[in-house]
Design a protein around this ligand. Structure first.
Ligand SMILES: *Cc1c(COP(=O)(O)O)cnc(C)c1O
Length: 223
């Protein structure tokens, strides 16, 4: 399918999910995940109206960033090794995978200005997943105050790979609840307003449960 058609379908689904949950479409940012596709295909997505791209590996990110430049916002959505932080940190607009103190320390040291970060949370508790256990998130965020270049804008999660829609929904609800708890604390370094959750197969549910950033690869650009 061409990207224009795919994006139209996605936008229709976003509209429907927003109507169901009494939300405004302007609250939702669509991140086009370009990790599976060529630079040309990523450019097609931009022409179709995508203003945010996401990559999950340093090499892929740098390749796309160098070709496409700063006409989009760049989201780093994958696991980031501390030793690779210096290569990308001043090029990314949002880091979605902050999950440990050593990474925060390196981001703080290498970035030349504050970086907007999402704390990645392993809501489902699956062993294969990265991210902090929910009970460790608030203490972790409190520790981040010592790093002036780490600015916590939200929480991110990946739903488990299952068909049970209600269990997926519970994961998103839990993340939204945790976000609300943190927001209430009004930390200066961690306003934590955003929720990065929802991918090709579950973004409608994520929006119904409060997602502000959805990360869509296969249903937008293909794989
Ligand atoms: C690949 C990836 C996505 C996009 O996945 P699709 O199911 O293809 O939409 C979203 N988030 C993260 C962290 C990813 O690695």
């Amino acid at each position: 399918m061409d990207v224009v058609t795919n994006l139209k379908n996605i936008e229709n689904n976003i509209k429907e999910a927003c109507e169901k949950s009494n939300r405004n479409m302007s609250e939702i940012t669509v991140i086009g995940v370009s990790k599976y596709v060529t630079i040309e295909r990523a450019e097609e997505a931009i022409e179709a109206g995508i203003k945010n791209l996401g990559e999950n590996r340093n090499e892929g990110f740098l390749e796309k960033y160098q070709a496409i430049g700063e006409k989009v916002n760049w989201h780093f959505i994958g696991t980031l090794q501390s030793r690779k932080v210096k290569d990308i940190i001043d090029k990314v607009d949002f880091l979605h995978s902050l999950d440990r103190k050593s990474l925060a320390k390196e981001v703080n040291k290498r970035a030349s200005k504050p970086v907007d970060c999402f704390v990645q949370v392993n809501v489902s508790g699956e062993e294969s997943k990265h991210g902090l256990a929910p009970e460790n998130v608030i203490p972790f965020i409190e520790e981040m105050e010592q790093y002036p270049n780490v600015h916590i804008v939200g929480l991110m999660t990946m739903a488990p790979h299952i068909d049970d829609k209600e269990r997926i929904r519970e994961n998103f609800k839990d993340l939204a609840h945790l976000r609300n708890q943190i927001k209430e604390k009004q930390y200066k370094h961690a306003p934590c307003e955003y929720l990065s959750m929802g991918m090709s197969n579950d973004y409608s549910i994520a929006i119904e449960e409060g997602a502000t950033h959805i990360r869509i690869g296969s249903k937008l650009v293909g794989n």
